[in-house]
Structure formats: structure tokens, C-alpha cells
Write a protein that binds this ligand. Sequence first.
Ligand code: ZN
Length: 316
Amino acid sequence: MGSLINGLHHITAMANDPQDNINFYSGILGMRFIKKTINFDAPDVYHLYYGDDIGNPGTVLTFFPYSGIPRGRKGRGQMTVTSLSIPQGSLGYWMQRLQRFGINHSSPQHRFDETFIAFEDFDGLGLELVENAHDRRAGFTYGHIPIEHSIRGYYGVTLEEDNYERTSRLLTETMEHTLVGTAGNRFRYVATENPGHFVDIIHQPEGARGMQGGGTIHHLAFGTDDDTTQLDIRERVAQRGLHITPVIDRQYFHSVYFREPGGVLFEIATLPPGFTVDEPKESLGSTLQLPPWMEQHRAQIERGLQPIALDMEQFR
Ligand code: ZN
């Protein structure tokens, strides 16, 4: 294990309607709605966070829902699939549940030692549920999904690259990942032995490049212990000649961003302070949270946001 990168931290995607977004991820998939805030760079847009009970790194999916945004296109130079981890024996439950809510999914498929189904959210974001025996995380439920079937967090992510070697070298030489599996044109890397952190690269020299829009990934964040390790890894990335931002305060973590050579936006985020910095664990996600530097504009910001609500009764 390395000392600067401890796996995946969060994944951020572009969505369309915020109510559809919360219905899909909390209602149908049963992930905890842990934070309702805004895009700090575009305060008229929500930033919605889902995860396990406290938003542990490796469980957090976040969305910028822009109502009316045109759909993007999945393709080369993008992260195209987010894989979510479910316990052995849970795939049948989930296939029934997705069908009940009209979500199309693939038939079960096999890859390495896992079985998975592929499907999309309402905006076309690529998702998988991966059944596996080695994930011991507790998972989360609002009570409507039996805890023995609930999502544990991510299993991993998939990037499509036209020149996988460049991204591979970045991961293995600078970001403390190890190549742990190869299957056809799929190369699997991981930085930690904990479950939930696989980074798969599909080598895809042909086909269209991806285009940002609704239903596409905005960025992929890796975790680092603290502000000190963040500066160390930032320096190492800069030494590769990649342009990396200064440290930015994202309220729940501190972040630096850079584009990997294949085109995917990477972020490196600190573990502290976490999602309980501005509201207690019990009430995470219940009220609109603003960073201190935006609090003075709260009334105006709230007027500009479409009201959303989580009504679990629809999803029993
Ligand atoms: Zn981020």
C-alpha cells in the first residue's frame, strides 16, 4: 500500500432533474442522501451527495443537476461506468427491484471473479451492480431495502481510453496503484486492499470521444489522508508535467484537480473534515447547507433552487 493515495473518494456526475436524481439514488437504489448543497462554482445549481450512513470515502456519489441539460455522450476519454458493490446472493433481489421501477438492465455477466448487471440512471449514466463475496462493509438502508441486500459503496470505476498506457503509467508510477488483473482490453488497478477501489481502464482506440452533458461523469476523486499528503501528491503530479490546480476548500474536503493524459478530470480530496462538519450524522442531507462564505446570500440562493423532497413511500 502507498502512503499518499488511499483509493477512491467520490465520483461526481452531471444530471438533469434534481427530483429524478434523488428518486433514483435514494428511492430506488437506497443510498443515503447525505448532503444538499450547491455547486460552489455555480450557486444556482444543486450539489447532491449520496453515500453510506456518513458518506465514507468509497461510497460517495455526487451530482450537479442542471434541469434541461442536453444529454452527453459516453465515449473515449471519459469515465463511463460506476460499479456499485452488493453482497453475494443479492443480484436476484436487485434485478426484481429494478424491473419493478421500470429500469432496464442487462442479464448477469461475469468478469474476473464477479457477477454483475449493467443499467443506467434516468439520465443515461452508466452503472453496474457487482455481486461479490469480499466486501465486508455494512451498507446503508432507509429500511425499504433489506440490509442484507443493500449497496455497500462502490466496487470500482471504468475509464475508456484510446491510449491506456499513458493513464496506466500515471496510476502506477505516480498514484500508487498496482495492476491486479487483465481481461481482454480491460486492465484493472487498485491502490488499497480495502474493497471498493478498483480502477479499470478499457483500451478503446476506436470509436467516438465522449462529450460532457447529462448522464456523464464530471470527475473522479481519489482520497488522500490530509493536507500534508495532499501537497506531496500534488507535487508528484506536477512533476509529471500535468497542470494541477492549487488546493481549493470544498467545505467537506480540500481538493486539487488535474486532467489525466486521456482526458478524464481527476481530483485528489482529503479525508477530513467530512460530511458531519456542518450538520450532525442523524440529520445529514435534511437542510440546505452552504459554506460560510456563501451564507450571507442564503435567501437569494434558496429562491433560485427548485424544491426537492425525498418521499420514501413511493419506493417501498
Ligand atoms: Zn469532487
